[in-house]
Structures are given as structure tokens and as C-alpha cells.
Design a protein around this ligand. Structure first.
Ligand SMILES: Nc1nc2c(c(=O)[nH]1)N[C@H]1C(S)=C(S)[C@@H](COP(=O)(O)OP(=O)(O)OC[C@H]3O[C@@H](n4cnc5c(=O)[nH]c(N)nc54)[C@H](O)[C@@H]3O)O[C@H]1N2
Ligand SMILES: Nc1nc2c(c(=O)[nH]1)N[C@H]1C(S)=C(S)[C@@H](COP(=O)(O)OP(=O)(O)OC[C@H]3O[C@@H](n4cnc5c(=O)[nH]c(N)nc54)[C@H](O)[C@@H]3O)O[C@H]1N2
Ligand code: SF4
Ligand SMILES: [Mo]
Length: 721
């Protein structure tokens, strides 16, 4: 831990940078080095205005060499154990492992798995490395588990996918916010301020969550549907809006297409039916519509609650339909938005580590996109592989037709659905290489572990949930013995015969990314490190405003360059990004969860987060203060269910599904439905809730059903403890 009493000279340089964790990307400044780094408040950054949550505040603890890896590890055949090695040996072993697989089985036998926490430069380079150096189509990343359903729904309605179409600062000025399955009081604490200000300004807040969370406690109206029924709920609200004459016919006619079909679909979800499916009463449905439509403007914001389902895409479409039908989209202070999750959850899905994608949010199966990116990469378009498998499908294929894996920025042993199976698949690989900051549960299974630099030790850009491209600056020196992910990929590329094209300098990579993204949906070509620094972030799309310059080679400093594009904080005000400029209604109907309760598994399990741990916990479980606040998993359940089970507060309960079992102490509260239990997913071992979760996938987004499955809950007998 950095010691508050450590003596850093007050005159030491202060470097503004950003938190390593969530998509809010709170600004902070750092002063001092290594064990004595301290945070200096950075009130000038508008998103958090200096505020940090406990995770951000304690993030410097991760810089300490006591918790992180500082030398490469190679598994020795003699002992079967990971032991220290030189960088040269480690990189040669990785290159040899990947080459061996490719020679024996072909390029698609090598898999690559990335992460939404990686900077834009890293995500871009990882995608390029997979396609150009390895020649594999088998690359995907953990963002598939995160916001892929919202991304897919965004694309099909608006023709473009950016988390929020407006800056957070618009939220307090709208009339009503429906916040669906987001517990932002715990997952983005500094953002709670926007909701508080909304209510202070006379706006209303509706929260939809099966649990009365700290966020739901702030609401004017809390709807607590049965997990997995948001699709019916949204259709029911649309039905009421139609029945009560609250639709905006002028907006529908001028700015949308497909209303008749969507309307017909909603009309078959009448309120009493929706009440039976969701458990939300008809009067509450009517109240919600009244609150939403009485206001002049309104927003619907979703997070993982309604999205992480095998029908997540259709569910988000249903919420978008509600916005479109009531004219709450494409106008100031109105719209649908998704609260992305990871530090670079937005940018990480734009620049090519996704199975079907090329930089600039281009499609891998679009010939023009292939030609453009191939030109920037200096390769022939035909050499670029096609789209590959989605994250869970890729993990499921390990040891099958994928024999080797390079993994960077994820810890699937803890965070993947049906994690027991995924762990077994990882163990069955011929070769596994992991680049990480710490020895995560997944790194512990690897043949080679590459210790890398992290946030404050390196420069790079991230794109926050608003679509604001930010500069995370290097503020401290990394410990000797670690290298950056870019150096790792460059080193491997050169061992695999690609001397050029994989620079270690983040700014050099960004300059190439600008060219590769130019003319694509997520156009970064007008953004430079300098502009980001001067403007406190730039919103994409931000093309180079110079029609004379060739699109593939924008040169903002050249004599051709026109006035710089200002960036785009607010999208869709004049037109949507579809071909005809109209937003598309998508006709969707409710369907059941992939796994319904029955006699053997009579209870619903849902999963999520607590404020003091982050994701798989690989980072935050190494910070004392956070462990003290959130020491382990728990099973949250209602007193009525507790009574039926004979459960006692604090005593262990086992949650068992068809896939596995997870154990945690009972936490009894009236703030949850009595047909549902909740467990957070931050821990490995017997408390790993992903041993239990269902990998059923959404047909469009390939998102797994993290948020609902059928379980039985049992007391753990004393002799088992
Ligand atoms: N402290 C902390 N903060 C984080 C993270 C973290 O791990 N820890 N991770 C970051 C990342 S990557 C992400 S994606 C975001 C996630 O941010 P959130 O989406 O806010 O987080 P979750 O806790 O996964 O889910 C939110 C809520 O969904 C509810 N829910 C469960 N099932 C359903 C359902 O069927 N319908 C509805 N409407 N709600 C349901 C849960 O009760 C929960 O309160 O957080 C980011 N911030
Ligand atoms: N049951 C359940 N499971 C879930 C969810 C849920 O709600 N319920 N949510 C899902 C969601 S939304 C997400 S986003 C996933 C996230 O789950 P994971 O993908 O496991 O995310 P992290 O724990 O953040 O893993 C990031 C890993 O990369 C390392 N790392 C951090 N920065 C860097 C870097 O710059 N370079 C490299 N090489 N490594 C780095 C960290 O130390 C850590 O080991 O979990 C999913 N799993
Ligand atoms: S809210 Fe997110 S970005 Fe802000 S300090 Fe906390 S973890 Fe970091
Ligand atoms: Mo996420």
C-alpha cells in the first residue's frame, strides 16, 4: 500500500491520468514513485470532478511489487511448476508454442483472448497481431460478456453503437430516467451524483432491478421484476403507452421506420399478462408510463441486469422501442444509452479484438473495410481471415480445435460462465500464454506468464462510457523486469517473422489507429494525443475535416487540413446513423429464460457486483482495504425463502445448478424478491458463482445468460464445513 505518511516532496511533478478500473474512467493525478505514489485530486475532469470510489482511491496499491509480477515465469517440465525465466526465454517459448500449433494444425488452431480493460492501442495491436502475424480468425474478448447485447441492439436500431449518445452532464437536465438493471451506486459511485442532481432539479428516477439496491433506494419508483423478464416489462410499458395515447406520432412518422410491426408485437403483451410474467403490478406499470411520458424529455439507460441474458439483444430493442415510440430519442436531453462497464469497454470493442471486427468499428466481412485496413497494415486483403467465434464458444473450443491460446487482459477461470468447464478446457490446451499484471487464477494455469506494465506506468488512450476518448498518461516508472503489452506483442511478432508494424510506442500505434479508423463508424482520425490533453477528452466520431486529403492517410498538420472537427458529444440529433437516417423499430416478443425453475431447481439465481471488488477480483483481491470491506462471496436471500430453507444469517449455503455449486454465507434481506438469490462473482474456489451460471447464448450478440439460471439452495451440513 502507498503510505500516506510517505515523504513525497510536495514539489514532485503531478501527472494527470485516469483510474485503471471501470468505464467512468475517473480522472486523478498522481505524484511520487512506486511505493510512495499518492493521489492528488483532479477536479478539472468533468466526469467525476475529483471524486473517486474506494477502488480508484486504492489503485496505487497495485503498483507495489509486493502484489504484482515482476519477472516472466515459464513452466518447467521437470517440476511442472511455473519458475522465473528471462524475457528472452519466455518470449521464445511463447513464439515456439504458437508456431508449433500453427504448423501442426493450421492458423485457426491458435486462439487469442483479449479484454475491455486494454487501452485502444493494445486492443488494436492485439487484433492486428492475431490477423497479420498469426493469421487466425479465432480472436474474441471479455467484452462479449459485458455489453455485446446492447451493442447489437444499438446497431440494429440506430446504425451505430456508442454506449451513451450524450455526455453524463445531460442526465440531471432531463425529465425522467428509467435505469434498468444498473446498480451504479456500487458500480460507478461518482456517477450517482448525476441521478441525485436529476431529482434535485425536479426530474424523476425509475429503477428496474429485482433487488432493492443502493441505487434503487434513490428512486421515485422501483420496479422489481423477476430476473429474465425485462423484455416483457418493456413491452408492457409500450402497450400502456399506446393504450393511453402517449405515443409521439409525429416523431414516429418523421424519424423512424418499422412502427406497425413493433406496435403489433407490443399489443400482444397486455398489462395483466405482463404482471403475471414479471411480478410487477399493473398499477406500477401505469405509474411508470405516466412518469416517463409526463416529463418533457426522458432517457432509458440499461446496464448488465437486462443485457446479460440469452435474449439480451431483444430486451434492449424493446427498451429502445419504448424510447422511439414516445419520441425520447434523437432529441436534446432524450435517448437510450448503455452504461458500458470496463475501463475501455467502449474503445475495446471498436478497434479489432472482437471476432467479427476491424478497427474503426468496421465489419470483417465487408470487402471495402478489409481493403481499407489491409492497406493500412500493408497486407493483401485476401490474407485477412474471416470472422471467428464468440468468447464463450472460443473458450469452449479450447483443447478441441483450438490447441494454443494467447490471453491478455482477462481472467476467465473466475469470470466465464460455467467456469468449471472453462477451467477444464484451459487445462486441456497444448499451450497457454498469459500476459498479466498479477498471477491471476488463469495465469496460474499458463505455460508462460508475461508480467506487464499497468495503467499509471504506461501511456495509452481509453474511451469511456460517453464515447469520450481519454489519455491515460504514464505517471510513474514501472519496476525493472516488466514490459508493456505493446512490447510483448512487438517481441513476439518479430520472433514470428514480422520485424515491422508492431511499434512499442503507444502514440505511434495511435497514429496508425487513426488511419485505420478513418472513414469507419468509430472514426478517430481527427483525434491526437495533444488534442485529448488540451480538451480533456474528445468524443468520437471525430474525422479529420479535410475532404481533399485521402481518407486512408489523414494528415491533420498538412497544408490540406481544414478546420479540426470538434468531436461529437451528442449523436443522432439530426439523423440516425442508418442508411435512410431513420431509427428502426425492431418487433420483438417475450420469451422465457433458457433455464426455467422446476421441482429440482426451484429458485432463480442472479449475479453481479459489490462496490469494493472489481470483476474477477484479480486486482482488487490484492488490496487490503478492499478485502476488509468485501472479504468474500455471499448468498443474498429474502427472509421468506430463508425460512423455507431453514437458513441462518451468516451460515453457509450452497447454491447448486445443473452445472455446479457455489458456497457462501447467507445474507438475509427484504431487499430481494423471495423467488431469487443473488451472489457476486468476484471470487474463485468454492465461492465461485460462475461454477453455477448458464452459458446459454443470445443468438445475435452471443452474450451468455449470467443474470438468470435455475438453482436449488441448501444448507451446508456442519461436517462439510
Ligand atoms: N464495484 C464494481 N464496479 C464495477 C465493476 C465491478 O466488478 N465492481 N465492473 C464494471 C463492469 S465491467 C461492468 S459491466 C459494470 C456493471 O455494472 P452493473 O450493471 O451496474 O452491475 P451488476 O451488479 O452486474 O448488475 C446490475 C444490477 O442488475 C440487477 N439484475 C440482475 N438480474 C436482473 C434482471 O433480470 N433484470 C434487471 N432489470 N436487473 C437485474 C442486479 O440485481 C444488479 O443490481 O460495472 C463496472 N463497475
Ligand atoms: N456471474 C457473472 N459473471 C460475469 C459477470 C456477471 O455480471 N456475472 N460480468 C461479466 C462482465 S460484464 C465482465 S466485463 C467480465 C470481466 O471479467 P474478466 O475478463 O475476468 O475481468 P478482470 O477481472 O478485469 O480481468 C482482467 C485481467 O487482466 C489483468 N489486467 C489488467 N490490466 C491489464 C493490462 O493492461 N494488460 C494485461 N495484459 N492484463 C491486464 C488483470 O490483472 C486481470 O487478471 O466478467 C463477466 N462475468
Ligand atoms: S468509479 Fe470507476 S473509474 Fe471511478 S474511481 Fe471508481 S472504479 Fe475508478
Ligand atoms: Mo463488464
Amino acid at each position: 500500500m502507498p503510505d500516506a505518511t510517505a515523504t513525497t516532496a510536495p514539489t514532485a511533478p503531478i501527472t494527470p491520468t485516469h483510474c485503471p478500473y471501470c468505464a467512468l474512467q475517473c480522472g486523478m493525478s498522481l505524484r511520487g514513485e512506486a511505493e510512495a505514489v499518492e493521489i492528488v485530486e483532479r477536479p478539472d475532469f468533468p466526469v467525476n470532478r475529483g471524486a473517486l470510489c474506494g477502488k480508484g482511491r486504492t489503485a496505487p496499491a497495485l503498483l507495489s511489487s509486493r502484489v504484482r509480477l515482476t519477472e516472466p515465469l515459464v513452466r518447467r517440465p521437470a517440476t511442472g511448476r511455473l519458475e522465473p525465466a528471462t524475457w528472452e526465454e519466455a518470449l521464445r517459448t511463447v513464439a515456439a508454442g504458437l508456431r508449433r500449433t500453427r504448423t501442426a494444425y493450421g492458423p485457426d488452431a491458435v486462439g487469442v483472448f483479449g479484454g475491455g480493460g486494454l487501452t485502444n492501442e493494445k486492443a488494436y495491436t492485439l487484433g492486428k497481431f492475431a490477423r497479420v502475424v498469426l493469421g487466425t480468425s479465432q480472436i474474441d474478448y471479455n467484452g462479449r460478456f459485458c455489453m455485446s447485447s446492447a451493442a447489437a441492439a444499438h446497431q440494429r436500431a440506430f446504425g451505430l453503437d456508442r454506449g451513451l449518445p450524450f455526455p453524463l452532464e445531460d442526465i440531471p437536465r432531463t425529465g425522467c430516467v428509467i435505469l434498468v438493471g444498473s446498480n451504479l451506486a456500487e458500480t460507478m459511485p461518482p456517477a450517482l451524483r448525476y441521478l441525485t442532481e436529476l431529482r434535485e432539479n425536479g426530474g424523476t428516477l425509475i429503477v428496474v432491478d429485482p433487488r432493492r439496491t443502493r441505487t434503487a433506494e434513490q428512486a421515485d419508483l422501483h420496479l422489481a421484476p423477476r430476473p429474465g423478464t425485462d423484455l416483457a416489462l418493456a413491452l408492457g410499458l409500450l402497450h400502456v403507452a399506446v393504450a393511453e395515447g402517449r405515443t409521439d406520432e409525429e416523431f414516429i412518422a418523421d424519424r423512424t421506420s418499422g412502427w406497425e410491426e413493433a406496435r403489433a408485437a407490443a399489443m400482444s403483451h397486455w398489462p395483466e399478462l405482463v404482471e403475471r410474467i414479471t411480478g410487477v403490478g399493473v398499477p406500477q406499470l401505469r405509474d411508470a408510463v405516466r412518469m416517463f411520458c409526463d416529463a418533457e424529455s426522458g432517457m432509458v439507460l440499461t446496464a448488465r441486469g437486462p443485457e446479460q441474458h440469452s435474449k439480451g439483444t431483444d430486451t434492449v430493442s424493446a427498451w429502445i422501442n419504448l424510447c422511439l415510440a414516445t419520441g425520447r430519442a434523437g432529441r436534446p436531453l432524450s435517448g437510450y444509452g448503455c452504461l458500458t462497464g470496463q475501463g475501455n469497454g467502449q474503445g475495446g470493442r471498436e478497434h479489432g479484438q472482437k471476432a467479427d471486427q476491424l478497427p474503426g468499428y468496421r465489419k470483417l466481412d465487408d470487402p471495402a473495410a478489409r481493403a481499407h485496413v489491409a492497406r493500412v497494415w500493408g497486407v493483401e486483403p485476401e490474407t485477412l481471415p474471416g470472422p471467428g467465434r464468440s468468447a464463450y464458444e472460443l473458450l469452449d473450443a479450447l483443447g478441441g480445435d483450438i490447441k494454443s491460446l494467447l490471453l491478455m487482459g482477462s481472467n476467465p477461470v473466475v469470470s466465464a460462465p460455467r467456469a468449471g468447464h472453462v477451467e477444464e478446457r484451459l487445462r486441456s490446451l497444448d499451450f497457454l500464454a498469459v500476459a498479466d499484471v498479477v498471477l491471476s487464477e488463469t495465469a496460474a494455469l499458463a505455460d508462460v506468464v508475461l508480467p506487464v506494465t499497468q495503467w499509471a506506468e504506461e501511456t495509452g488512450t481509453t474511451t469511456n462510457l460517453e464515447g469520450r476518448v481519454l489519455l491515460r498518461r504514464r505517471a510513474v516508472s514501472p519496476p525493472p523486469g516488466v514490459r508493456s503489452d505493446l512490447e510483448v506483442l512487438g517481441g513476439l511478432a518479430s520472433l514470428l517473422g514480422h520485424e515491422k508494424g508492431f511499434p512499442a510506442s503507444p502514440e505511434e500505434v495511435f497514429e496508425e489507429l487513426r488511419r485505420a479508423s478513418a472513414g469507419g463508424p468509430a472514426d478517430y482520425s481527427g483525434i491526437t494525443y495533444r488534442r485529448i490533453a488540451e480538451e480533456n477528452g474528445v468524443f468520437w466520431p471525430c474525422p479529420v475535416q479535410d475532404t481533399a486529403a485521402p481518407a486512408t492517410d489523414p494528415q491533420p498538420g498538412s497544408p490540406h487540413a481544414g478546420a479540426p472537427h470538434p468531436g461529437t458529444p451528442r449523436l443522432f440529433l439530426d439523423r440516425f446513423a442508418t442508411d435512410d437516417g431513420l431509427a428502426r423499430f425492431i418487433a420483438v416478443a417475450h420469451r422465457a429464460a433458457a433455464e426455467e425453475t422446476d421441482e429440482a431447481y426451484p429458485v432463480l439465481l442472479t449475479t453481479g457486483r459489490v462496490v469494493s471488488q472489481y470483476q474477477s477480483g484479480a486486482q482488487t483481491r490484492r488490496v487490503d482495504e478492499l478485502n476488509a470491506a468485501a472479504p468474500g462471496p455471499f448468498v443474498e436471500l429474502h427472509p421468506l425463502l430463508a425460512e423455507r430453507l431453514g437458513a441462518v444469517e451468516g451460515e453457509p449455503l450452497a447454491v447448486v445448478s445443473r452445472r455446479g455449486r457455489a458456497v457462501g454465507p447467507a445474507r438475509i434481506t427484504t431487499g430481494i424478491r423471495d423467488d431469487t438469490v443473488f451472489m457476486p462473482f468476484h471470487w474463485p474456489g468454492e465461492g465461485r458463482v460462475n461454477s453455477v451460471t448458464n452459458p446459454a447464448l443470445d443468438p445475435t450478440s452471443r452474450m451468455p445468460e449470467f443474470k438468470v439460471c435455475a438453482v436449488r439452495v441448501e444448507r451446508v451440513a456442519a461436517e462439510e464445513r
